[in-house]
Design a protein around this ligand. Structure first.
Ligand code: ADP
Ligand code: MG
Length: 133
């Protein structure tokens, strides 16, 4: 078993899509081991997205991630990181495979409804960020 972090982003929580996303995760056999709701402060969003320092989209991304409630959750499954990335689909929903969560509900490349860790090392860091501080 391994773990990964999923975040329901403000565009999805505002549209009341939290239950829908959870049902997709459960159908795909992810076990939710930790979950909470919160609003990020700008400094926290900047820290979380520190790997994107210098990118043209960072300021707008930070503002968006602080614009409403987010729902981070630690998920458990075999091959959790890889399988969750496959379930959410490409960053840009216009390029996401049919049936993926982003294909179905994301608004655009920024307001793409969900975050998922991209490696086991980052999954550990990101789970610690929300649940072990
Ligand atoms: P992913 O979330 O698929 O791992 P990245 O790590 O590359 O994607 O980017 C982090 C987040 O930044 C994306 O989920 C999206 O919200 C936003 N983002 C990425 N690229 C762009 C872009 N070109 N324009 C606007 N926002 C972007
Ligand atoms: Mg990423």
């Amino acid at each position: 078993m391994s773990r990964t972090l999923l975040i329901i982003k403000p565009d999805a929580s505002k549209r009341n899509l939290t239950e829908y996303i959870i049902s997709r995760l459960e159908k795909a056999r992810f076990k939710i081991v930790k979950m909470k709701k919160l609003k990020l402060k700008k400094s926290q969003a900047r820290e979380f997205y520190a790997v994107h320092e210098g990118k043209h989209f960072l300021d707008s991304l930070v503002k968006f991630m602080c614009s409403g409630t987010i729902v981070p959750m630690a998920l458990e499954k075999e091959n959790a990181v890889k399988d969750l990335r496959a379930l959410i689909g490409a960053t840009d929903p216009s390029k996401a495979d049919c049936g993926t969560i982003r294909f179905e509900i994301a608004k655009d490349i920024e307001k793409n409804s969900v975050h998922a860790s991209d490696s086991d090392a980052n999954a550990k860091k990101e789970i610690d960020f929300f649940f072990n501080k």
